[in-house]
Design a protein around this ligand. Sequence first.
Ligand code: G1P
Length: 317
Amino acid sequence: MPPVTRRVRKAVFPVAGLGTRFLPATKLVAKEMLPVVDKPLIQYAVEEAFAAGIEYCMFVTGRGKAVLVDHFDHAPELEALLRERDKQEPLAELMGGMPKAGTILATRQQAPLGLGHAVRCARAFTDDEPFAVILPDDLIMSDRPCLAQLIEVWEARGGNVVAVEEVAPARTASYGILDVAADDGRVARARGLVEKPKPEVAPSTLAIIGRYVLDPQVMQALETTVPGTGGEIQLTDAINATLDSQPFHGLRFDGTRFDCGDKVGFIEANLAFALARPDLRDRLAGALRRTLADVDRPEGHDTPQETVRTATPLKVL
Ligand code: G1P
């Protein structure tokens, strides 16, 4: 038997979701292909993984989502056209997202049975190695890739490490929530995890965000994990089942997380990523000031659009 690898080389991307919150846009387009500024969510996620030292990515897709794999292949006609017309910049953008051959793999989750089930579909890929899970809906803006921050904690403490964030008490029913045993303000050790508890029974307000570094024991636990919250096989429950034999830590990562599975979160991500771009910042800031001035104006004080555009004070941004 080859030695067990104690480096995190593999990442699983559960991307079979239907994206019902973004219909009709997601009728034909995979939700992970929705762009934040000019790059699809899946590409941010893959780039984060590679930047954190991941070598292989496994997409757990569903029907109609083959485009996610196509996105990481060549587009020969487009490339030839751009070359012929000497369009260096778009060509560089196009080629910049191209991973090494053989590093993107895919399998199918044939039925929507839950996040735990999706991860379990990648069992032959992760084999007996520790692995990362990345949920592309959670887009993280940070100086250091969030996954790299998690791997650093995992290297020091082992077991399972997830990204966490404090959420408003009313929001616990949207997340996996930690039952905290010890907390130094940055890293929290949990004695238990609860998937989407109602606020009145939530053990804390520390929520799991879509980045995980998991021990192969979690993959084993998934084999016997029964449907839980929402009738789905939950990754949270499988991790919970390993807590007696494995340390579990939540890291309050450095960075800002945008929930791109939510309309406002997605729009906010677009604004934040665009405002961080020197080529877009000034024009967008101007457009935002004008738009917000329109929103802020008291009712009954309609001003013709052109007047607003020239006379709005810079009061909002
Ligand atoms: C999933 C997990 C949940 C986690 C969340 C993070 O829920 O089940 O524990 O907190 O991702 O985004 P979902 O958002 O897929 O319902």
